[in-house]
Design a protein around this ligand. Structure first.
Ligand SMILES: [Zn+2]
Length: 475
């Protein structure tokens, strides 16, 4: 780790346009010598003809003026931040462009301020930082809570959902009193309570190819907490196109992944997975379940990586994929390489603008099931008239233990192709699952096997519970 030199805006033109430059040095004099030999044009702005630092240029090591230290002999080492602060007529000097801390903030962040890698300079960076969270769900919850508590100045959140009872098992940003309330409203109230100094910017919309660049452009870092492939590829591509780091997390059942995709310094998500899996191959958390504490761990890692990027501290997960197994309690790490043929971040990109991600992930055109679905109320009436009708439950046995429709026959979807012999081809069959997606797959299997009188229960057992039999628990 080297010394970071922060270049003020007016001098960036003489330093290759860069905001910060990392250099190895042992003293301030040594550091400025290396800086001006790498960027010769800076020399006349920093030094007078006699080689002395110009009087209208101040140099700070972390938050201290070198004039109060040992001038050019002031030692510097790995992790130090050196700021060059010229006085600017009529303007604001750049370190002053970083917001200062109020007495309340100094007290609030005291455990950060006494950390050598954060300090006052780091806390001011956190205060000036703008982080966008895509999703205020399982991953976004802990990420938002810790980023707000840490004093990240502006937190943007994109979400369009309403808090649902089934969210509360893991989405700790929201409480029981907020069920039915938009997640953004719930999140904003909670974050304000944690830290009123934080600005919360809300975007009550689905992130799309049409709005992603406009929303993401104004933020420094994006933390992706989405749970679907189209949005994941959209966030990746938008971040690559805009040159922003994308702090990635994903979870399923008992396993999680995290990384930082930052195409300027390492691979992007498409370098890892050039194409999404076909729809239906990877079940969603709603279908497959997720242990509640798991997004707490992965979302916290996303918050941590975000804060490290802002501070420029430590080694980030750029170029590394972290795999977490909650049951084994093991972390593994894989090295990620940049794909030279990556369609978005490679040297010859074929994706140079946002595309239709629904189509890319094959989830756009849903086949039509007109006339092949029945509502819960229709099924109840029809079943009364025709008791021979077979209601076929294609869920897993552990779901059957939670709730069942009395009189239905259980054959899990995974066993259905091998158990067609258990069914009568002449019988009216209505398939059902939890929410009505797997029962359509079962319908297709049965149709393909020659069953002609098959339909599917729209909305699954959940709709049955809401509209027909409240004695069946919802889950
Ligand atoms: Zn890539």
């Amino acid at each position: 780790m080297a010394v970071t030199v922060l270049i003020p805006t007016p001098l960036r033109a003489f330093a290759g346009g860069r905001e910060a430059i990392e250099l190895e040095a042992t003293s301030v004099g040594d550091l400025l010598e290396r800086l001006t030999s790498e960027h010769a044009a800076l020399r006349r702005h920093l030094f007078a003809d006699d080689g002395r630092l110009r009087s209208f240029v101040n140099v700070y090591v972390n938050d201290r003026d070198i004039r109060q230290l040992r001038q050019h002999q002031t030692p510097v080492g790995p992790g130090d931040t050196v700021s060059i602060i010229p006085s600017i007529a009529g303007g604001t000097a750049v370190a002053d462009a970083l917001p200062t801390l109020s007495h309340e903030e100094i007290l609030r962040y005291s455990r950060h301020l006494i950390l050598p890698d954060v300090g006052v300079a780091g806390q001011r960076k956190l205060k000036s930082a703008r982080v966008l969270l895509v999703g205020a769900g399982g991953l976004g919850s802990p990420a938002a809570l810790y980023l707000a508590a840490a004093g990240v100045g502006t937190i943007g959140i994109v979400d369009f959902d309403v808090v649902d009872q089934t969210n509360l098992q893991r989405q700790i940003l929201h409480g029981t009193s907020q069920v039915g309330v938009p997640k953004l409203q719930s999140a904003e109230a909670r974050l304000r309570d944690i830290n009123p100094n934080v600005r919360v910017e809300t975007f009550e919309t689905r992130l799309t190819s049409g709005n992603a660049l406009d929303i993401i452009r104004d933020f420094d870092i994006v933390a992706d907490g989405t749970d679907n492939f189209p949005t994941r590829y959209l966030v990746n591509d938008a971040c690559v196109l805009l040159g922003k780091p994308n702090v990635y997390g994903s979870i399923f059942r008992f396993e999680g992944q995290a990384s930082v995709f930052y195409a300027k310094e390492g691979p992007c998500y498409r370098c890892l997975y050039a194409e999404p899996p076909p729809p239906g191959l990877v079940p969603s958390c709603a279908e497959g379940g997720v242990l509640g504490v798991l997004p707490g761990i992965i979302g916290s890692i996303q918050a941590l990586e975000t804060i490290k990027l802002i501070l420029g501290a430590g080694d980030s997960l750029i170029g590394r994929l972290l795999l977490f197994d909650a049951l084994k309690l093991s972390f593994r790490e894989l090295k990620l390489e940049k794909d030279p043929d990556c369609p978005v971040c490679g040297p010859r990109p074929t994706v140079t603008a946002l595309v239709d991600y629904e189509a890319f992930c094959g989830v756009g055109a849903e086949p039509s099931y007109d006339g092949l679905e029945v509502t819960a109320a229709e099924l109840a009436a029809e079943w009364k008239r025709n008791p021979d009708l077979l209601v076929l439950d294609v869920r897993e046995p552990h779901e059957h233990e939670i709730a069942r429709i009395e009189g239905a026959k259980l054959i899990p979807l995974s066993q259905l192709p091998d158990r067609l012999g258990d069914l009568d081809g002449h019988q009216e069959i209505v398939t059902h699952c939890h929410h009505g997606a797997r029962s359509l797959k079962a319908l297709e299997i049965l149709k393909a096997a020659g069953f002609s009188k098959v339909r599917s229960l729209r909305g699954g057992i959940d709709a049955w519970s809401v509209n027909v039999d409240r004695g069946v628990p919802r889950y």
